[in-house]
Design a protein around this ligand. Structure first.
Ligand code: PEP
Ligand code: MG
Length: 323
């Protein structure tokens, strides 16, 4: 089986009729770079940068950020990478960064925290802009809920670029800026976000948590965690459709994207970019190669219309299993 999967390395990720799909890696630690290269992922769709802050005292400075990102970018040897800005808070707590919120998932986390604490955020932005000189880099903002956050981020980025210019430090200009759609409000307003961002990525781990009101770290309620809940399917479809209307790329980087059971359905919904743990890449490719995008699109359109009725489940099951 392992040999069979290994044979897929280097083969383009397409459906049976040749629709090209991007299979990208979610990475975190330096060792993930080697796996990503070996498996020839199309790109890194999500680089989680929180590990730089974890299990240590104090905050990393710009140089530490820069050296880390530069090594990652160079190590990928031309494979494009999407670096996510800090997503601290909630399930990703660190020393010296406490929150007063009773419910950290709804509190000052991710982009909210970064916009409030520019002294913590600026070194990371400077380092990303500098590292982008060494390879293709995009920036992605986690946990967006309002357009104001996008605008503030862009203003900070412009200031950061001006400062680097003034200091004569080399950095990459015009880096694509994207946002994570992981709050239901952002999914419902995806159209607006497509006008101000270069790409979107659906973070289903949090989108499911917030839509179904289930704490993702609470084992008592994880039986309710359901990527196939009609509300989740509708939100995902809205984001994909908004991206298609605007002509910007839409990817998915939550766990759902790497689960072979859901790939046919997501292909049917029109998703063409999947980002997952490196270990899932070949299994996803194997699944993809046997799918027919056209047929799935027809079935999925039918399913989406039927979601409000009581008998949609057999059709959903058929899409998920019979391909
Ligand atoms: C997500 O929420 O789906 C996601 C990819 O981000 P994280 O799991 O790091 O919160
Ligand atoms: Mg998330």
């Amino acid at each position: 089986r392992t040999i069979q999967l290994r044979n897929l390395i280097g083969r383009a990720a397409t459906t049976r009729e040749g629709v090209r799909v991007q299979l990208m890696a979610n990475i975190e630690l330096p060792e993930d770079i080697e796996t990503t290269r070996q498996l020839q992922a199309d790109a890194v769709g999500l680089y989680r940068t929180e590990f730089l802050y974890m299990n240590r005292q104090g905050m990393p400075d710009e140089e530490e950020h820069y050296q880390t990102y530069r090594q990652v970018v160079e190590g990928l040897d031309g494979i494009p990478i999407t670096i996510r800005t800090l997503d601290l808070g909630a399930d990703k707590q660190v020393d010296g960064c406490t929150t007063l919120s009773c419910n950290p998932a709804l509190g000052l986390r991710a982009i909210r925290l970064c916009l409030k604490e520019p002294r913590m955020f600026q070194p990371q932005l400077r380092a990303i802009l500098r590292a982008a000189v060494h390879g293709p880099v995009r920036i992605m903002i986690p946990m967006l809920s309002t357009l104001q956050e996008v605008r503030k981020l862009k203003a900070i980025l412009a200031e950061t670029e001006a400062a680097l210019s003034a200091e004569g430090i080399p950095f990459a200009k015009n880096i694509p800026i994207g946002g994570m759609i992981e709050v239901p409000a952002a999914a419902l307003a995806a159209d607006a976000f497509t006008r101000e961002l270069d790409f979107l990525s659906i973070g289903t781990n949090d989108l499911i948590q917030y839509t179904l009101a289930i704490d993702r770290v609470d084992d008592e309620v994880n039986y309710l965690y359901d990527p196939l809940h009609p509300s989740i399917l509708r939100l995902i479809q809205m984001v994909i459709d908004a991206g298609q209307r605007a002509g910007i790329p839409i990817s998915m980087c939550g766990e759902m994207a790497g689960d072979p059971r859901y790939i046919p359905l997501l292909i049917g919904m029109g998703l063409r970019e999947f980002s997952m743990q490196p270990g899932s890449l070949l299994i996803a490719k194997e699944r993809l190669l046997e799918l027919e995008a056209d047929k799935l699109a027809k079935q999925t359109r039918k399913l989406m219309k039927r979601l409000g009725e009581s008998d949609y489940e057999p059709l959903l099951e058929q899409i998920c299993t019979r391909h």
